[in-house]
Write a protein that binds this ligand. Sequence first.
Ligand SMILES: NC(=O)c1ccc[n+]([C@@H]2O[C@H](COP(=O)([O-])OP(=O)(O)OC[C@H]3O[C@@H](n4cnc5c(N)ncnc54)[C@H](O)[C@@H]3O)[C@@H](O)[C@H]2O)c1
Ligand SMILES: O=C(O)C[C@H](O)C(=O)O
Ligand SMILES: [Mn+2]
Length: 583
Amino acid sequence: MPKGPPVSRYYDVSRDEHGQRYIDVHVSGLALLQNPLLNKTTAFTRQERRDLGLEGLIPPHVSTFAEQKERTYRRYLGCRSDLDKHEYLRALQDRNEVLFYGVLEDHLEEMLPIIYTPTVGEAVKTYSSNYRYPRGFSVSTEDIGRIDEMLENVSVNDVRMIVATDSSAILGLGDQGFGGMAISIGKLSLYTAAGGVGPDKTLPVELDVGTNRQDLIDDPLYLGVHHRRLTGEAYDEFLDAFVEGVAHRYPKAIIQWEDFSRGTAFRVLERYRRVLPSFNDDIQGTGAMALAGLACAAQIKGERLTDQVFVVVGAGAAGIGVAQAIRQGLVQGGLDDAEAGARVYVVDRYGLLMHGQPDLESQQLPFARTPEQLAGWSYAGEYPTLHEVVVNARATALLGFTGVPGLFRQETVLAMLAHTPRPIVFPLSNPSSHVEARPADLITWTDGGAIVASGSPFPDVEHAGQRYPVGQGNNAFIFPGLGFGAVTARAREITDAMIMAAALTLADYTRTHHPGHVYPPISELREISVRIAVAVARQAIADGVCAQRSIRSLNDAALEAAIRERAWLPQYLPLHRAPDARE
Ligand SMILES: NC(=O)c1ccc[n+]([C@@H]2O[C@H](COP(=O)([O-])OP(=O)(O)OC[C@H]3O[C@@H](n4cnc5c(N)ncnc54)[C@H](O)[C@@H]3O)[C@@H](O)[C@H]2O)c1
Ligand SMILES: O=C(O)C[C@H](O)C(=O)O
Ligand SMILES: [Mn+2]
């Protein structure tokens, strides 16, 4: 069988005469055992041990995959804290990726809060003190000038999915400096576990432009560069160099921008989205996720999306992204632009967004009100407070993207009951400790009336003898499928319509399979991601941005089959020694 270019410096994937895949490896012995993309630890066959110089280096018993997963899971259960569990799984990932994803596949719902939010937030904060083993790619102010040479050091040659952060607004935790790398790693784990993108096709990136956290700058053990963040032109030049470097080394890659603070998130998205295929997860992924949940919530109420009045709190990347998505959803539901805009109120730290407010940014302007538009409102200060907005606007849906714990007070939520018996309340900030209201409180205050979703997982609520499920409104329901669909289509651009297709697919799936719920259970993430990938690839074809000729003419069933067939699964492939294999 003809081979394409080597997928890695250390191995190639080929097919035998029966079409079965196998790996030709260019390393042997310890060097092989230390490569997590190749290592099978105790599962190497006797033949592989002989051929690849492994005899004597690993224990004699040849484990089955099931035995390995069992051993690993038992050890995992012995970890004392969630952060220990996270560190244990990360160490496993750095040792043996197939086993890591195999265990994750078997225990996805249990382990997602460990490798992802909320525990990943702890991993971000402790990244420097817990650092052990290299993963991903980091580039800093000290070496950005050598980005091309540095990218050559990455051993994989066919990266398709990159998650890159500058760590300026990690979850609701703010500036986290170099530690944001843990978020890029965590998000990409979901791309593989839920989205089917092979681990050798992913690259987590930390863009170390500095940190404004003096405590980090002063800490000699902090692993990032010890100075304040680049701003303005210097920042843009840094990002330009990164984007150019990626386009050169990985021309088929898609970039997911992650956790950029609101000041840069929109600028970076717009600057590069037509230079190379890229999207901002917090703006666009979150927008799609929230719109899907709101559509389902409206249906639960026996109403439509266009019947609701929305208050979005937090006018940052996520809040504005969601406000934009809601407006789009309202227009699709039949409202004109002005009517849609009138239904969406956005509140930030000064109160309702209003023209003339300090620091108003361009992406916030379409949501800013004038005093004339508030004729008939009663409010005490210069700008209406969150509570005053909810009361005056007669809000029926309230969403939080502030990272401020406890911001939704009881009196404000109760005020919503004057406008609807079933207020939609989505405190979507992460991690759990930063949630605007605890789901159990929301259910109790409203005597079960509120329709609730949170960004991080919360247990179902028991109230007055009834059980209330709490949906997990997290962009994890969108980005793995969006990215996988875009990768499969080799999309030249991630269009707004592709993102809307992802939102509609999530809403459809929830309605069909879990009527009465706002989000499906996270255990179904893999199936949902496949369906989203199909819809996204289909939309890429319709939008004329699909560079993958072989899928362009497929009908729906064939496209779905092609996508399912391409999904990477955690299973060991036979390893053969390449003639040039070295220690
Ligand atoms: N559930 C999800 O899938 C999801 C997705 C993205 C972001 N988020 C969460 O949303 C939050 C914000 O993330 P971001 O990326 O938009 O950050 P960001 O820094 O861009 O925005 C935060 C915004 O909140 C505002 N704010 C702060 N205190 C406030 C207050 N007391 N009242 C009103 N507004 C206030 C800030 O001024 C800022 O505009 C985080 O907690 C993040 O975890 C959740
Ligand atoms: O990371 C998450 O859990 C979702 C989102 O991207 C966030 O920033 O909170
Ligand atoms: Mn994020």
